[in-house]
Design a protein around this ligand. Structure first.
Ligand SMILES: [Zn+2]
Length: 134
């Protein structure tokens, strides 16, 4: 989904620069625009200066995590990761293994990992190794 579709759901939208806007936050009674929206070209970053979390903002706008991504593949990956972090932490090592699997399936499919994903992948590797040693 494009940033324009998100902006069309918000009120008092004002462009502040290239790929940057402010708008009234839909997740709280916002009198002056305190929601910042940034379009990176592949995904949309949202931040409420009053402290609303991204999930609350998306829910109030009738959107979900996938809608922040322009590319379908990135959207699917974000949805998979968002689902994973919501699972109860019954077996933290299993979660780390799943993160490694997702990263590896990306790499096998020839999809480069984002910097964030690569860092998370490294962390998962360390945690699984630490669990095996401990
Ligand atoms: Zn807010």
């Amino acid at each position: 989904m494009t940033v324009e579709s998100l902006l069309s759901r918000l009120e008092s939208v004002k462009q502040t620069g290239t790929g940057k806007w402010v708008a009234r936050c839909p997740a709280h009674a916002d009198k002056s625009p305190s929601l910042s929206i940034t379009d990176t070209g592949t995904r949309t970053l949202i931040h409420c200066f009053a402290g609303c979390n991204a999930e609350a903002i998306l829910t109030a706008a009738g959107l979900n995590w996938r809608d922040l991504y322009r590319d379908e593949w990135q959207a699917a990956k974000a949805a998979a990761l968002a689902h994973l972090v919501k699972l109860p932490p019954v077996d933290p090592v299993a979660l780390e293994r799943r993160i490694i699997e997702i990263a590896l399936s990306d790499l096998r499919a020839g999809k480069p990992l984002s910097i964030e994903d690569a860092a998370r992948y490294e962390l998962a590797l360390e945690r699984v190794k630490a669990a095996a040693n401990g």
